[in-house]
Design a protein around this ligand. Structure first.
Ligand SMILES: NC(=O)c1ccc[n+]([C@@H]2O[C@H](COP(=O)([O-])OP(=O)(O)OC[C@H]3O[C@@H](n4cnc5c(N)ncnc54)[C@H](O)[C@@H]3O)[C@@H](O)[C@H]2O)c1
Ligand SMILES: CC(C)=CCC/C(C)=C/C=C/C(C)=C/C=C/C(C)=C/C=C/C=C(C)/C=C/C=C(C)/C=C/C=C(\C)CCC=C(C)C
Length: 507
């Protein structure tokens, strides 16, 4: 790779530069700053958080992405968001949700995932009484994975001394994880369950967070999600999801780290094939001993580095994993009386199983104001509906065609939601529609993707890369690293990345 010379006078030097302030980037930055590293975070947008950011309109505070948050438990080791905040002496008030999801599925299958595990099993079993034993065996096996994870300190799997230590401290838990790392949920579910509709339900229970059915969803991740929803539970941060990033930044600055906004990195600078600095859109240059990219792997290796020099390992990864769809999002403000008493915060709507993975098939709906009413004016609620969609469907349109297409698509989503909330359309006070183009523009994510998904059935999590890259000095963090999408998942990647970088820096 050709060396780029950096005028030393224009360059400031740090131990670590983190490109992007998504939760993966911020956890990594705070961990490193807390260990004494001189850290600079460069964020292209005006506020931190990335897909866990927020925006305000007419008295409403909307979460940019999903409002269903894992990782805020109080016990064990898997409550990584709680731990990340604690590490920099900050905390957040959270509001527990007693139901993870209310499913509205084909053939009248209507059920809730209760925080209470036994209550959830009872409700599922009431719908599939002939599968009573299989249901318990399957979900109990997910607990085995979770219990292994929840027994040990979660750090970098690329650090041999840590691996030796956890193996010595928790040999059975480690061997349990080694067993599950190459497995997918679907294969385990099929060991115990044969009812096709119940298997479809388990596909959906995976799809809503992994964006793929159970046979392509890693068992380790399902063990986390299917158990932690009952153990640590789903807890909403008071003030909105955006508070998580705001607090992490507060903590980062408290321990001496620095963040700059409107600082778009356009280039990772290499010298003798080693990452040594970054260049911003305004021409500024910063140097650091280590560079951590919280941009997606596609953005990192195709835009921030010369695509023609992409390492072979990345090319191979791109063959195994593809970009998931992005979303069409409707951010709505509605009159409160449209929601019947007892409405849950999160809903999934699908009318026909064959559309589960289709474009604008499954509808995800969050109503965070049921947990934190202060996010909307008195007497109103926020409804955030989103449904998978692809960038290709929204390109090459004139601005009037784009607006018309958004309006028509939003109309269809609202019409479908009327089945759960009759009168929704008439109760609308505010509506803003985002498309894959919006996600690409504001989140800086190639094609607005939600993250990587296996292009075909893979061996569980074994194919997901850790944080080091083949370019010395360059690391990746966030959802295109092990273990993938989800705030608690990218928080893990942040801990792991910081651990590996800290060891490499001798901290
Ligand atoms: N309920 C939930 O679990 C929930 C809610 C919201 C988000 N999420 C998850 O969060 C994950 C994403 O987290 P993440 O840590 O991978 O990152 P992210 O994509 O959310 O954030 C990356 C940040 O990097 C910035 N950035 C990108 N390129 C840049 C550049 N060249 N220069 C400067 N800044 C740049 C972006 O502006 C963004 O703020 C997703 O998997 C998503 O599902 C989950
Ligand atoms: C030593 C030896 C021998 C060995 C070793 C072994 C080991 C130790 C291993 C280990 C492993 C590990 C650590 C792993 C880890 C993992 C993890 C952490 C994972 C995690 C995961 C998580 C997840 C996946 C999460 C997710 C979530 C999500 C995505 C969410 C989302 C949501 C949404 C979208 C929403 C929906 C909505 C509605 C419904 C509305």
């Amino acid at each position: 790779m050709p060396a780029t010379s950096i005028p030393t006078s224009a360059a400031s030097t740090f131990d670590v530069i983190v490109i992007g302030s998504g939760i993966g980037g911020l956890v990594s930055a705070t961990q490193l700053a807390a260990k004494g590293a001189k850290v600079l975070v460069l964020e292209s947008y005006l506020i931190p958080g990335g897909s866990a950011g927020y925006f305000e309109r007419e008295g409403y505070r909307f979460d940019v992405g999903a409002s269903m948050i894992f990782g805020f438990g109080t016990q064990g080791t898997t409550n990584l968001l709680t731990r990340a905040l604690e590490a920099v002496n900050v905390s957040l008030e959270t509001i527990p949700d007693s139901v993870q999801i209310h499913y509205h599925l084909p053939n009248g299958l209507d059920l809730k995932i209760h925080r209470d595990y036994e209550k959830f099993l009872q409700e599922l079993t009431a719908n599939f009484p002939h599968e009573r034993e299989g249901i318990r065996k399957f979900y109990d096996e997910c607990w085995k994975v979770f219990n292994c994870l929840n027994a040990m300190e979660l750090l970098s799997l690329e650090e041999p001394r840590y691996l030796a230590r956890v193996f010595f401290q928790h040999p059975l838990a480690c061997l349990g994880l080694v067993k599950y790392l190459p497995q997918n949920v679907g294969d385990i579910a099929r060991k115990y369950i044969s009812d096709p509709q119940l298997l479809q339900f388990i596909d959906m229970d995976c799809y809503i967070w992994s964006v793929v059915p159970s046979d392509r969803t890693p068992m380790i991740n399902a063990g986390m999600v299917f158990s932690d929803r009952h153990y640590g539970g789903i807890n909403y941060p008071k003030g909105g999801v955006g508070q998580i990033a705001q607090k992490l930044v507060e903590g980062l600055e408290k321990v001496g780290g620095e963040i700059q906004y409107k600082a778009r990195v356009t280039k990772i600078i290499t010298e003798n094939n080693r990452a040594v600095g970054v260049e911003l859109a305004d021409g500024k240059v910063y140097r650091a001993k280590r560079i951590v990219s919280n941009a997606t792997r596609w953005d990192t290796f195709e835009k921030l580095l010369p695509p023609e020099e992409m390492p072979t390992s990345e090319k191979k990864w791109q063959k195994r994993y593809q970009k998931s769809p992005s979303f069409l999002s409707l951010h709505m403000g509605v009159k409160a009386d449209v929601l019947p008493v007892g409405t849950e915060c999160h809903h999934i709507l699908l009318e026909d199983w064959k559309n589960m993975e289709a474009t604008q098939g499954t509808i995800f709906l969050s109503i965070p104001t049921l947990l934190d009413p202060d996010l909307a004016p008195a007497g109103y609620h926020i409804l955030h509906a989103f449904t998978p969609d692809w960038i290709e469907n929204w390109q090459e349109l004139s601005s009037s065609e784009y607006e018309e297409k958004k309006e028509a698509a939003a109309g269809r989503v609202i019409e479908r939601l009327e089945k759960i909330f009759p009168g929704l359309d008439a109760s609308l006070d505010y509506l803003e529609v985002g498309t894959p183009r919006t996600h690409r523009r504001f989140l800086n994510r190639e094609d607005g993707t939600y993250g990587p998904i296996p292009g075909r059935k893979l061996l569980g999590l074994l194919g997901m890369p850790f944080n080091r890259t083949t370019i010395p000095g360059l690391y990746c963090v966030g959802d295109s690293t092990f273990p993938g999408q989800g705030l608690n998942a990218v928080a893990f990647s942040g801990f792991a990345c910081a651990h590996r970088v800290a060891v490499d820096l001798g901290l």
